[in-house]
Write a protein that binds this ligand. Sequence first.
Ligand SMILES: Nc1ncnc2c1ncn2[C@@H]1O[C@H](COP(=O)(O)OP(=O)(O)OP(=O)(O)O)[C@@H](O)[C@H]1O
Length: 572
Amino acid sequence: MTGINLGFLKDSWRLARGYWHSEEKWQARGLTAVIVTLNIAHVYILVLLNMWTNRFYNALQNFDREEYVSALGEFCLLAGMYIIVAVYELYLQQMLEIRWRRWLTKRYLDSWLANRNYYRLQLLDNNTDNPDQRISEDLRLFTNYSLRLAMGSLKALVTLVCFITILWEMSGILTVPVGGTVVTISGYMVWVALLYAIIGNWLTHKIGKPLSKLNFDQQRYEADFRFSLVRLRENSESIAFYGGESREGQSFMKRFNTVLANFWEIMKRQKQVTWFISGYGQIAIIFPILVTAPRYFAKEIQLGGLLQILAAFGKVQDALAFFVDNYPLLAEWRSVVNRLHGFVCNMEQVSALADTGATIHKAAASSLAVAGLNIHLPDGKHLLSELTFSLETGDSLLVAGPSGSGKSTLLRALSGLWPYAQGDITIPSGQTILFLPQKSYLPLGTLREVLLYPGPRQPVRDEEIYAAMTLCRLDWLKGQLDNVEDWSHVLSLGEQQRVAFVRALIHKPDWLFMDEATSALDEPTERMLYTLLRDQLKNTATISVGHRGTLTGYHKKKLTLDGTGCWSLLNL
Ligand SMILES: Nc1ncnc2c1ncn2[C@@H]1O[C@H](COP(=O)(O)OP(=O)(O)OP(=O)(O)O)[C@@H](O)[C@H]1O
């Protein structure tokens, strides 16, 4: 965990600056300028109110009714201005925050989805835990904390400059006898305030430092706990069949105990910080009175002057204590920046992986050709060496081999998903590929959206969908095209596999990759579906992965892998 050093500030700046240089830069800059102006106006009104304090209390002390009434009028004016500025300062800051967050979220989502980075991210052995949390939670916190801290420190700085000037002018000169001589200190209240704040800030930093790492860990532990709960929901049926409740319960509690243990540490550390901050705040109330009172009793200043000095001391303290007061926020902000920076670096790393893997050429050819394809695992172990074959339109290839021999990984490499591969794959340009996995992905939404996933290139008529459903023996679902359900829980595994075949019939891809796409079906249904593919999709070339011997009968070629890199290709 790095501290707030130059490197860290660079990282934060890198995360933040994009929006102010984006296509929305003029809106962003304009809004920022207005907020900064309101910020300064806010401080200016506080300065006027501070001067008003002097005038008002002197009028009271001098029993000057006319001055008193006039000061009241001035107060109404200042208070009115203060309210308007305070309302719009917050409103516009929130407007900037939400716009900035929208821009960042869109950008992060785009780069997460680009080049299938979301998939490659999980292949990397790294610390990108829960990208979903980075995008939903951390971006929200980042925009909120950054604006609060930036505008807060600007306000603190302007306040400091204004009120130090007032304090300097009002402090007078302190004479201290040292030995035989007398030392005079101008603006002594300023020095007192500075000394007080520097000691306070330094001590708070020392006490609160571990909070940053603790907060960082807390977010991660919370997300891990949440993720384990989501997994139960997603796999509820399997877990229920296994009767795995007690095992799941233990796993939940283990994760939750980590959340608790870390939270205890945060509480303990926060307690120490609060001890200090509260004591520091209380002393700050009485301390300036003690230091200024001698001048009041010596009649060097009036009641109004005394109160003005106290108020100015308070403001200088507030400004200098900005760091102290916002230490927890600063610590959390630092954790958020570190997490987001880690995420961005990992995204860059996986984006670089997008250029690795086998080279896929789109060429004006009629066949899919694989030449010298080598596939290995992230740890370097070879799965497949120098694979070479080609498939013509309407061809069908069965990929067989023992479990773990790399059949699915071959399909990943052919689809450009697997970065640990070398060789050349030529795909006829302008042709489409559809992938049918063993467990179909069924998005949330209507059955129509499920059947057409990931979305047709052209509108599809209902009759066409009905015809495909009939062919795949899903007639009973015809009346439910517009029903919204969690279809992955409603449909059986075999039905989900038939849904995937409906998609294939509707999309009519040029190339169809199937990874044990009929494993949950009985053999007659499997035969029916392969016959359908042959009859309905005459121009589609298929590559199927499967273990069943019956599959051999539906293919023209068979590629067998042995998992050590060797392979053989047979014409059936
Ligand atoms: N993301 C990954 N990281 C590391 N190893 C992986 C990864 N994905 C797959 N493997 C390994 O690659 C090897 C081949 O896996 P693959 O899924 O291609 O086998 P398969 O032949 O399709 O197996 P099965 O018939 O059981 O489905 C396996 O040993 C597997 O553990």
